[in-house]
Design a protein around this ligand. Structure first.
Ligand code: FAD
Ligand code: DHB
Length: 391
């Protein structure tokens, strides 16, 4: 079969790109390795920038989001047993939204199916050939049949463990920072103690207290990178969450049934060139941010904006220049989010026992808690920098 754009991966990057292309009359096929049930149930991100919500709203896929999302003005910061609220809304009227990534993905899948557009699940042995030609070919096996799609462009939206990023030429550098810890994340049937998410910068490590609804909490603990989930019983998780979030101004954390748990390593990665020939990388396939600050999903959507705009220009006028400059257009916003995520990671986690480092870290925490100027600067990035190009 022939199509204009072959999209590998039905995560946030691939699905939003597919909708943006459909809007412009560009035909695309989305090819996903996992089953639909698996993709719809995968628990991950939850904090969505105002900028991302604007795009999803514009695409007409945010009805449920606007009904169900929690709308937050900022977040809480707790250290020295004292809680501070950072209110970003007061500066520019924008919000952060709390709505699960699985819900966004489900909404995007529902909309694509309702439009009758091609979306293939459980595609195995996906291969991409001819990316140095104008007719790259994507092949995969589904229901025991080998299928072949010839496209103009392949959009690699298959995440950090996908195949797309392995196809970049060897001379393209991957810039990376690895952190010595991971986040142990849980979902629990408990009521949040604060109305908006909270980061607790405790001497024994970070804890994060977020939510997915009035009676569902999403919480994270900084743990060593080599942690084995099996070593963490429910009791141990609750004891540590309570210990790190202990305060003099709020009740103790509520405990309850934990119904999901996972471990995510922290790393920062940027692929310095996000394209080669007719292959373009988006989202986690091209870059990873540590979860602190909740930028990953939002970057996937911002890449989709840039590529969809470039493809629109190409198909309308034959002008390839936007495609050629895809990386250069996308990277500044990615680096801004990297800087934000790295800063939050450095300040909120405990890295060393060096008292000088600790002094610097605490000075910055106090500035964040007390300075309007600092809060405004944080807030600008937290609720989302403008997207680099109209899609
Ligand atoms: P993915 O969501 O990884 O999608 C890639 C898709 O490609 C998957 O469906 C995969 O099955 C498929 N695939 C893989 N290989 C192949 C193949 N060979 N062929 C076909 N398909 C393939 N981000 C935020 O913005 N806010 C947050 O609050 C936040 N919290 C997070 C918390 C945790 C614990 C974790 C792990 C991540 C968090 N993130 C957060 C990051 C966010 O989840 C990712 O950045 C986001 O999923 C990236 O989207 P994507 O579409 O690029 O990649
Ligand atoms: C959540 C995720 C994050 O990465 C973060 O920094 C805060 C909250 C969440 O899943 O709700």
């Amino acid at each position: 079969t022939r199509c204009q754009v072959a999209i590998i991966g039905a995560g946030p990057a691939g699905l939003t790109l597919a909708h943006m292309l459909a809007r412009q009359g560009i035909d695309a096929v989305v090819i996903e390795a996992r089953s639909e049930e698996y993709v719809r149930a995968r628990v991950r991100a939850g904090v969505i920038e105002n900028s991302t919500v604007d795009v999803l709203t514009d695409l007409g896929v945010a009805d449920r989001l606007h009904r169900e999302a929690l709308v937050h003005n900022g977040f809480y910061l707790r250290f020295d047993r004292t809680t501070h609220h950072l209110d970003f809304h007061r500066f520019d009227g924008r919000h952060a939204y709390v709505y699960g990534q699985a819900q966004i993905v489900a909404d995007l899948i529902d909309a694509r199916k309702a439009a009758g557009l091609p979306l293939v699940f459980e595609a195995s042995d996906v291969t991409i050939d001819g990316i140095d030609t104008a007719t790259p070919e994507v092949s995969y096996t589904v229901d025991g049949r080998r299928e072949h799609i010839v496209a103009d462009v392949v959009a690699g939206c298959d995440g950090f463990h996908g195949i797309s990023r392995t196809l970049l030429p060897a001379d393209v550098r991957t810039l990376e920072r690895v952190y010595p810890f991971a986040w142990l994340g849980i979902l629990a049937h408990t009521t949040p103690v604060t109305e908006e998410g909270m980061y607790c910068a405790h001497p024994d490590g970070l804890s994060v207290h977020s939510m997915r609804g009035e009676h569902i909490t999403r919480q994270y603990l900084q743990v060593p990178a080599d942690t084995d989930l099996a070593d963490w019983s429910d009791d141990r998780i609750w004891a540590e969450l309570k210990h790190r979030s202990a305060s003099d101004d709020h009740p103790e954390l509520e405990t309850g049934e934990i119904f999901d748990r996972s471990l995510a390593p922290l790393r920062s990665v940027v692929t310095e060139r996000m394209q080669t020939g007719s292959l373009f990388l988006l989202g986690d396939a091209a870059h990873i941010v540590p979860p602190t600050g909740a930028k990953g999903l939002n970057l996937a959507v911002s890449d989709a904006c840039v590529l969809s705009h470039a493809l629109g220009q190409f198909y309308r006028s034959g002008d390839r220049s936007w495609l050629e400059s895809y990386t250069d257009t996308a990277l500044p916003r990615i680096w801004a989010a990297q800087n934000f995520s790295w800063t939050l990671t450095s300040i909120l986690h405990r890295f060393t026992d060096d008292p000088f480092d600790e002094g610097l870290r605490r000075a910055r925490l106090r500035r964040w808690a007390s300075s309007d100027a600092e809060q405004q600067a944080l807030g600008e990035v937290y609720v989302g920098l403008p997207f680099p190009t109209p899609w």
